[in-house]
Write a protein that binds this ligand. Structure first.
Ligand code: OSB
Ligand code: MG
Length: 373
């Protein structure tokens, strides 16, 4: 399975609605796609999760592009029979740049599934044909607008919401949501926005409004603050940005900072590393869910396949295509089904087809790199 060429396609896709978090507002997504083609004519696809600006993470679309071209494609060229695991080992010397590594690693998983003529979910050992999902809800300009959005998501069938919060935009909105939706599963995600001194203050409203999970309230490195919040017992403390690898996972667990884990394969170096971390979480009885980064159907197909595997027992941050984009770039788009679920594609590879007409409409830049003659 020699990879002979890699195409990097950059899209500029408008979101159906602005997505505001403690780190900024996203109105459009700069999407970097990778397509690896083998000598026998298969093409494996993946989607980079980095954004245009280094707000959520230090990596950006541009650092990923540079890392892929300068370091990852040469590593791929040296490999006669690249598998995701072999690629992961071959680029293990690279410090960081996990979003870049994931972009290539995940395309190799698609190729692996295609070569075996089975779905990616099956290659990964998936056990469910539907995965339970929730919806991540950005900061809204007013509480009225927030309640209206949640009402719409609930009517669409979502059974769990994850509200973005930040200092000053937390207790009030959460109280209003709890009062309007007494039985709703409410999670909150602060994306590192609180100082460690806020432990007591936030524990108060988390408990009071029955928030089930509080995700990454403090800085990625502030494991002790997360542990202190966990000890209040106000809500389950989940980590996202803090856990980049197995070592980080173990450190957080030892400190008591890990009540639940958001695993994003595109952030931790790919599906292999994501499985390693999730496997460790499962053995430690730490519930995990698959997170999202506003992906198109390509990244979503990878994430949904992962979410069908055993360690993932909490509803994923993977919503239907129409929650993000007016028209997805895959066919069929992901649609919400009964019980707040998405169907796990059962076709070969990702199990979705590229919607070329839609994709072409949004291309900003496209370049093919020859890997082997
Ligand atoms: O922190 O989980 C996050 C989106 C962009 C960057 C960070 C996060 C998110 C989400 C969206 O919460 C989840 C989704 O894709 O629906
Ligand atoms: Mg998060």
């Amino acid at each position: 399975m020699r990879v002979v060429s890699a195409e990097l396609i950059e899209l500029d896709l408008p979101l159906v609605a602005p997505f505001a978090t403690s780190f900024g507002v996203e109105r459009r997504r700069r999407v970097l796609l990778a397509a690896l083609t083998t000598a026998d004519g298969l093409t494996g696809w993946s989607e980079c999760v980095a954004a245009r600006e280094p707000r959520y993470s230090s990596e950006t679309v541009e650092t990923v592009r540079g890392t892929i071209v300068e370091h990852l494609l040469p590593a791929l060229a040296r490999s006669r029979e690249p598998t995701p695991a072999k690629f992961d080992r071959a680029v293990g010397w690279i410090r960081g740049h996990r979003m870049a590594r994931a972009t290539i690693e995940m395309a190799l998983w698609d190729l692996t599934a295609q070569r075996r003529r089975i779905s990616l979910a099956r290659v990964l050992g998936g056990r469910r044909d539907r995965v339970e999902v929730g919806v991540s809800v950005g900061l809204h300009p007013t509480t009225t607008a927030l309640l209206r959005s949640i009402e719409q998501y609930q009517q669409a069938g979502y059974g769990r919401v994850k509200l973005k919060v930040r200092p000053g935009r937390d207790e009030g909105p959460v109280r209003a949501v709890r009062r309007s939706f007494p039985d709703l599963r409410i999670w909150v995600d602060a994306n590192q926005a609180y100082p460690a001194s806020a432990v007591k203050r936030i524990s108060h409203w988390l408990r009071r409004y029955a928030v089930e999970i509080v995700e990454q309230p403090f800085a990625a490195g502030a494991l002790t603050a997360h542990a202190r919040l966990a000890r209040t017992g106000a809500a389950r403390v989940a980590l996202d940005e803090s856990v980049e690898d197995r070592t980080g996972f173990e450190e957080a667990r030892h400190l008591g900072a890990l009540g639940a884990l958001n695993v994003k394969p595109g952030r931790v170096g790919g599906l292999g590393p994501a499985r390693t971390i999730a496997g460790a979480a499962r053995r430690s009885r730490i519930p995990a869910w698959v997170g999202g980064m506003l992906e198109t159907g390509i990244g979503r197909a990878h994430n949904v396949a992962l979410a069908s595997t055993a360690p993932f027992t909490l509803p994923a941050d993977l919503s239907a295509s129409d929650r993000y984009f007016a028209d997805d770039i895959v066919e069929p788009p992901f649609a919400l089904g009964p019980g707040s679920t998405l169907r796990v594609p059962s076709g070969v590879g990702l199990g979705v087809a590229i919607e070329w007409r839609e994709l072409r409409r949004h291309v900003r830049r496209r370049r093919t790199y020859t890997i082997a003659p």
